[in-house]
Structure formats: structure tokens, C-alpha cells
Write a protein of this length. Structure first.
Length: 409
């Protein structure tokens, strides 16, 4: 155990590999060195590898630091330290040093594989120190701002926040690398000349442009063909609709003319609506023909009735003529009787002086005259009744003729 203890008896176990790769034990001469808290230019304590886990009681990942392994032999190192806790009390640490030179070769090979070696790949620690780089080897263990003074602010923000950077000449991206055990986060910074980075994009853009142009040409041709076909189909469809409509219009115009032919029906076999319209039109024509045939029958009946009425009118005219003749005879008789009465009055006045002598004769004559007057009165009443009957028959005949004329119209 003595070779694993310090001169003061504390347990200090430290193994390392020499330049030949052999594992060598290093004896700690002064164990107090693990408590040194002097800070360097980056604010890191000299014994941070021990003090970090002691103070936080958590695993810690050290910032890159130069460590002299043997006299004349030093390497850029980092350490992963885990505290040892015994019954809740800090008892020490267990650490593993990592030689960052092994990562340097990995970073260089990554740079060679990206864009034929034109990329710059840099591994940055949590505080922004260069842990490994393909192009900034002279700044290993130093802040990134010393390697890139002109872009220090932009690249530092890119390292902390991630994302990408583009100033028109350089494209850069930062990829976070999280170490789960200590909860630390380093980052991998990749830089590329913009032209190199976008060369493949430009090629793809040119290919896409050519493809878009050819696709647009093909789509234009296809569109023209589709439009022509659509117009042709539309023309055929419109014609299939307009032709039956033209036929219906012609049939309507023919029916409206004086020579309308009710026997010609529509024959349409396209479009259900037009077929229904043609069927309704044909049914209308059939109904119209039936009505006209019925009107013909009625016209024939009216003609027959008109002939009968004509015969009645002629009979009425003959009877009226005879009645006129009878009336003329009655009037002549009345005129003759009026003249005879006048002669009688004259004779009576002449023979007034001899009234007494011929009174008997006058009484007899008066009886005769009274009888004649009675006969004449009867004849006048009959003549008046005949005239009134003739007048009513004439009015009835006139009304009948007006009704016939209106009905015929």
C-alpha cells in the first residue's frame, strides 16, 4: 500500500501512459496540491479536477488544460471526475484523464471527409476553449476568439446558442455535444466557404430549374391538349343541347304560322330533360288535335242547326208577309168603313129634318152599324196581336242571328 499512498499516508492512486504507451504509476509527493485554488486567466482553479466534485458533490468535466505527464512530455487533457460519497460525506474522487490528442486525429479525419477537406472542424469546450481542431492546432487549449478575432463574437454566440452563421463568404454551424454524466455541453463547430457549401445546392438548383422548365413545358402541352379536348367536348355537349332546342323552336314557329302542321311530332333522344320536354310537347300536340277534331264535329252540328234555323227564318218571313197582307186588308176595310161612316154622318145631317119619319130606319141601321163596329174592333185587336207577335218574332230572330254570328266568330 505504500506505493499507492502519499508521503503523508493518504491514498493517492494515479496511473498514466508514457510516450511508449506503457502504463506507469505516479506517486503523489504532496497531497496538498489537490487543494490549490489559484485561478488561471480563464478563471479555472489549479486543482479544479478535485475541488469541482468536492464542492458540488456531482460529476464534473474539466476544461481543456496542458498537463506535463513526464519531464519534457505534456499533452492537452480533460478529466471526467466523479465524487466518492460515503454515508453522505465526501470521501474523494475517481477521475479519468482523456488525452485530447486522440480527438485531434478524429477531428482532422472528419475535416478531410467533409467537402474534400475544405471544411474546418473545431471541438469547443463549455467555456469556448479549443479542445481539438483541424486548422487551429496552434491555438489548442486557447479561446476561440484568439483563433478567429474577426468573428469572435458571432462564433461565440453560435457556440453558446447553436444554429448557423452566414456572412456571405463563410457558412458555419454549431452542433451541441452533451456529456450526460456531468451535465456538460461542448460543441462541434464546422466552417465552410460559402461557394463550396452551396456548390452542390447550386447544382441541385440548376437541375431543379431544368426539371421545372421541362415539367412546365410538358404541363403546358398537356394543358393545351386538355383545353382543346375540353373545348371539343363542350362544343359537342352544347350542340347536343342546342340542336334539340332549335328543333323545338322551329316546331313552335311552324305551329304559330298559318300552315301549322299538328301531325309532326318531335323526335329527341338526347338529355333526359329535353326528352321529357319533347314528350310533353308531343302530348300537347295530341291533345290539340283531339280538340280540333271535337271542334270540327261541333262545327258540323252547328251548320246543321243553322240550316234548320234558316228554314225557320224563311217560314217566319213568309208568315210575316202574310200578316202584313192581312193588316193591309184590315186597314183598307177600316178606311172604307170610316168613309161610309162619314157618308152616314153627312146623310144624317141632311135628313135631320126627317128624323122622326125615318127614326125607325135609323135604329135598325144603328144596330147594323154597332154590329159592324164590333166586328171591326175584333179584327183590329186580332191585327194588333198579329203585329206584336210578328215584332217579337223579328226581335227573337235578330237576337238569334247575333248569337250565331258571335258563336261562329
Amino acid at each position: 500500500m505504500e506505493e499507492h499512498s502519499s508521503d503523508e499516508g493518504t491514498l493517492e492512486i494515479y496511473y498514466y501512459r508514457d510516450r511508449a504507451g506503457n502504463v506507469v504509476f505516479s506517486r503523489t509527493e504532496d497531497p496538498a496540491t489537490k487543494y490549490l485554488d489559484n485561478r488561471n486567466e480563464f478563471g479555472i482553479r489549479e486543482a479544479e479536477w478535485y475541488l469541482c466534485s468536492r464542492d458540488s458533490r456531482k460529476p464534473c468535466l474539466m476544461e481543456p488544460y496542458d498537463y506535463e505527464i513526464e519531464e519534457g512530455y505534456s499533452e492537452l487533457m480533460t478529466s471526467l471526475v466523479v465524487p466518492v460519497i460515503n454515508d453522505g460525506e465526501f470521501a474523494g474522487v475517481v477521475a479519468a484523464d482523456i488525452n485530447l490528442s486522440t480527438l485531434q486525429s478524429t477531428i482532422a479525419s472528419v475535416s478531410e471527409e467533409l467537402f474534400d477537406g475544405q471544411s474546418r472542424v473545431t471541438l469547443l469546450s463549455e467555456k469556448g476553449l479549443i479542445a481539438a481542431s483541424s486548422h487551429y492546432q496552434e491555438h489548442l487549449g486557447r479561446p476561440l476568439r484568439e483563433a478567429l478575432p474577426d468573428l469572435a463574437g458571432e462564433f461565440t454566440a453560435l457556440h453558446r446558442n447553436g444554429g448557423s452563421f452566414d456572412n456571405g463568404e463563410i457558412l458555419a454551424v454549431s452542433y451541441p455535444i452533451k456529456v450526460a454524466l456531468p451535465g456538460a455541453e461542448w460543441s462541434l463547430l464546422i466552417e465552410l466557404p460559402r461557394d463550396t457549401a452551396l456548390a452542390s445546392v447550386n447544382e441541385i438548383t440548376a437541375l431543379l430549374s431544368d426539371e421545372v422548365t421541362s415539367t412546365a413545358t410538358r404541363q403546358t402541352v398537356v394543358g393545351i391538349v386538355v383545353v382543346v379536348l375540353a373545348i371539343a367536348v363542350l362544343v359537342l355537349l352544347v350542340r347536343s343541347v342546342t340542336r334539340p332546342l332549335d328543333e323545338i323552336r322551329k316546331r313552335m314557329r311552324n305551329l304559330a304560322s298559318a300552315e301549322g302542321d299538328l301531325t309532326r311530332e318531335l323526335d329527341i333522344d338526347t338529355h333526359a330533360e329535353l326528352i321529357d320536354l319533347a314528350g310533353g310537347f308531343n302530348a300537347f300536340l295530341a291533345r290539340l288535335r283531339e280538340m280540333i277534331n271535337d271542334l270540327k264535329d261541333v262545327n258540323a252540328q252547328v251548320r246543321g242547326q243553322a240550316s234548320d234555323v234558316g228554314a225557320i227564318v224563311r217560314d217566319t218571313d213568309e208568315q210575316t208577309a202574310r200578316q202584313h197582307q192581312d193588316i193591309d186588308s184590315v186597314v183598307t176595310a177600316m178606311n172604307e168603313m170610316s168613309a161610309a161612316a162619314g157618308e152616314v154622318r153627312t146623310l144624317a145631317s141632311r135628313t135631320r129634318e126627317s128624323t122622326d119619319e125615318i127614326s125607325g130606319m135609323i135604329e135598325r141601321l144603328k144596330g147594323d152599324v154597332d154590329g159592324a163596329v164590333t166586328v171591326i174592333g175584333t179584327g183590329v185587336e186580332r191585327a194588333t196581336s198579329a203585329v206584336e207577335g210578328t215584332r217579337e218574332a223579328s226581335h227573337s230572330m235578330a237576337r238569334f242571328r247575333c248569337w250565331i254570328a258571335n258563336w261562329a266568330a
